[in-house]
Design a protein around this ligand. Sequence first.
Ligand SMILES: Cc1cc2nc3c(=O)[nH]c(=O)nc-3n(C[C@H](O)[C@H](O)[C@H](O)COP(=O)(O)OP(=O)(O)OC[C@H]3O[C@@H](n4cnc5c(N)ncnc54)[C@H](O)[C@@H]3O)c2cc1C
Length: 414
Amino acid sequence: MHFLVAGGGPAGVTACETLRRLDPAAEITLLCGEPGEPYGRMAIPYYLIGNIDAEGTRLRKRHGYWEGLGIPLRHDRIASLVPDRDQVILEGGERLDFDRLLIATGAHPVSPPIPGIDLPGVVHCWTLEDAHAIAERADEGSKVVLMGAGFIGCIILESLVKRGVRLSVIEQGPRMVPRMLDEVAGGMLQAHCESQGVRVLTGTRAESIAESGGRLAVATSQGEIPADLVIVATGVRSNTGFLDGSGVDCDQGVLVDEHLESSRAGVFAAGDVAQGPDLLGGNRQVHAIQPTAVEHGRIAALNMAGQGARYPGSLNMNILDTLGLVSVSFGNWEGGGEHQTLSLDSRDAGRYLKLVFDDQDRLRGAIAVGHTEKVGILRGLIQSRRPLRGWRERLQRDPTRIAEAYVGAIEASA
Ligand SMILES: Cc1cc2nc3c(=O)[nH]c(=O)nc-3n(C[C@H](O)[C@H](O)[C@H](O)COP(=O)(O)OP(=O)(O)OC[C@H]3O[C@@H](n4cnc5c(N)ncnc54)[C@H](O)[C@@H]3O)c2cc1C
């Protein structure tokens, strides 16, 4: 049996380890697609702050780890998947046969199509190579423009501030992290960043970037912003291009079923590239976060090895710690429709809690700012899908009693 794993991120690495545990004799090949040992993108902010060096970003740090597992690490990328054969063609032209294939190729950052986007000094923050380029230019006092205040933009924001740069953030949406936080929470995050010296321009589009004498200038709908470095964090797209014509159905990612198998038998997908079941039901989703990648990788590997494991679905979940302000959102936090929303807004004290319930009193989504201690409870309640019967009115008066409600729900169902 030859297991071919494409992608050396958390999904691919977890899959390889699971496969080796299940089948000590199997042939397993890992195609990393990037130089060096598999690393975690999540560690990039710590590298930028200087808490770790490049070696510290490696997902598995022990020397000789991959040789020890008997898994050859190759740095190649797949160029295409042959339609009627269990075979891939690598970018160098080599063909590799497989019995089971895992597509764990993640995503790539996308750039807005504006003049100057390819200039030197305009970079993404996605790969370790990008991080090296940022570290070279983002010195104390340098002017940095961060295009995009989405999840990734906000994750790296703190490391840029800690490097001592003069930071301007441009976000075309009406608030920071508009796909993670509502108006109140996004506004709190913006006010917090501004209080720490970050200039935040929401509702602002970057229109072009120009270079003169080694200095950059970003023209925006609100005027021009000078920069030594421009970081583009305007979204990502799943790496599925090499699957065109292969018989693997894709939408926003590779469409996978509850076994994380694609429309083509024997071809599985995991992590940021996979569009799979959502824990709360509804359409299949890409939940581009590391915990989902790891769990996808594990379950896909179990199924590749014939264990018949069912994936219950991933929970949409984002956690940000921005210059000391912790904001989280889970599940269907937007509410609306048949959902009932309770919220407690004490933004002057830096705290906000929004709870969204379905018609059976089950928590379907939540936003919490400054309520660090409630993060685990909110997540547990949504995942358990326990009804909070009898608690609705009490929570209406004070949503912060959610921990008591959780205990009450457990006791009621015991
Ligand atoms: C700066 C930053 C900070 C982040 N912080 C967090 C965080 O705090 N919390 C969180 O949950 N998530 C965070 N994320 C997101 C998280 O890193 C991703 O969700 C996670 O890496 C997804 O894992 P993956 O294995 O699916 O894909 P990736 O980690 O992207 O790995 C994909 C792999 O596939 C390879 N590849 C691509 N194309 C091919 C090909 N054609 N052939 C072979 N190989 C290929 C790539 O080289 C790479 O090795 C962060 C991301 C970034 C960029």
